[in-house]
Design a protein around this ligand. Structure first.
Ligand SMILES: Cc1ncc(C[n+]2csc(CCOP(=O)(O)OP(=O)(O)O)c2C)c(N)n1
Ligand SMILES: [Mg+2]
Length: 344
């Protein structure tokens, strides 16, 4: 057996301790990196399928926001529930769904989670605690608060977590869902993913607040804003919020500051976003940043991260082929399961 390449000696002990002070092992860091790289590879595969005319619907990407989704979901237990939105493909992978299931869903195939009824991102899997979203922004806040109410009523130590964009945080459901979760001290965590834009509307046209987490004060709950492109920061803030919820102390409102590195969806070239802003955030790419941390802390060598990236790329190509080979639903059955089938 080939001998393992020697690891770089940690240049800075404080840098190495950063993940250890959060209770994360080196193996946890490798898993986080793998999830980040897999999320991007999957989003890129979806974009490529869209451009090749393979998708019946649109293609959304979480490029630039992977650390927020993966890091926050990493703080949950397997029996907790999440309500993912369009920038949370990393969360559904972290919760345990296979990328091939997501690809099949975008392709509208019969063996996808929506059995070909969706052809987009509206997929869930209750076995993995993933609540399927609808397109109506904000609705997952009261839905997840409702799941949290069920956990509390049954005396189960489970947590519900969902995300909301900076734009959708202006919707009435935000207030109604978060307020009732606060008043009833529900085991609920809400993360605002402030990526600077709601389609072509900048955040400054949505709110005068600089720190969106300050809204927490209005609900009498804790809040914090942090760098959503630094996965260790995401974990450092989400973990106490999840623990607080699980301990029966109620919800927390978090704001992850991040950036949408593509347009709203694949059809949008984002020409309205200033070039300098894109460059500013490109230098803060969450995956490249974590890779540098892994090298500096001695968790993985550059050769090891390169090999991991190559393995993930090869796996994604295989899963894309597998998804493309999946059957379309039988046209005669497409209405089955769309509406509740009760008595007339
Ligand atoms: C209630 C509602 N209003 C409008 C839309 C149309 N819409 C879909 S995504 C979007 C922008 C969302 O921006 P943001 O909440 O910041 O999330 P991001 O796309 O930046 O992740 C809009 C206006 C919708 N789906 N639902
Ligand atoms: Mg936004």
């Amino acid at each position: 057996m080939a001998e393992k390449a020697p690891r770089a000696a940690p240049r800075d002990k404080a840098a190495r301790r950063r993940h250890e002070t959060l209770g994360l092992t080196d193996a946890d860091c490798v898993r986080l990196f793998e999830l980040l790289v897999t999320t991007r590879a999957m989003d890129d595969a979806v974009a490529s399928l869209y451009r090749r005319g393979e998708l019946p619907g649109g293609a959304f990407s979480s490029r630039g926001q992977e650390a927020t989704a993966v890091g926050s979901c990493f703080c949950l237990n397997k029996n907790d529930v999440i309500g993912p939105v369009i920038r949370n493909s990393g969360a559904i992978l972290t919760q345990g769904l296979s990328p091939v299931a997501v690809l099949r869903n975008f392709l509208g195939r019969a063996d996808s989670p929506t059995r070909g009824r969706d052809g987009n991102t509206h997929l869930g899997c209750m076995d993995l605690g993933i609540i399927a979203p609808t397109s109506h922004l904000g609705t997952l806040i009261p839905v997840c608060a409702g799941a949290a109410l069920a956990f509390k009523s049954r005396g189960e130590a489970r947590v519900a977590l969902t995300w909301i964009g900076d734009g959708a945080a202006s919707i009435g459901d935000f207030h109604e869902g978060l307020n009732i979760a606060a008043v009833w001290r529900l085991p609920f965590v809400l993360i605002i993913e402030n990526n600077g834009w709601a389609y072509s509307t900048p955040t400054s046209h949505q709110t005068l607040l600089a720190d969106l987490s300050r809204r927490a004060e209005g609900y009498g709950i804790p809040g914090a804003s942090f760098d959503g492109n630094d996965i260790l920061e995401v974990i450092a803030h989400t973990r106490p919020a999840v623990e607080r919820a699980r301990a029966g102390e109620g919800p927390t409102l978090l704001e992850a500051r991040t950036f949408r590195m593509k347009g709203h969806a694949e059809h949008d070239d984002a020409s309205y976003v200033p070039r300098e802003l894109v460059e500013h955030w490109k230098a803060r790419d969450p995956i490249d940043g974590f890779e540098r941390y892994l090298h500096e802390s001695g968790v993985l060598t550059p050769d090891e991260t390169r090999a991991l990236r190559a393995r993930v790329a090869a796996d994604m190509e295989r899963m894309e082929r597998e998804a493309l080979a999946s059957p379309f639903p039988d046209a005669g059955t497409v209405a089955a399961g769309v509406f509740a089938e009760g008595e007339a």
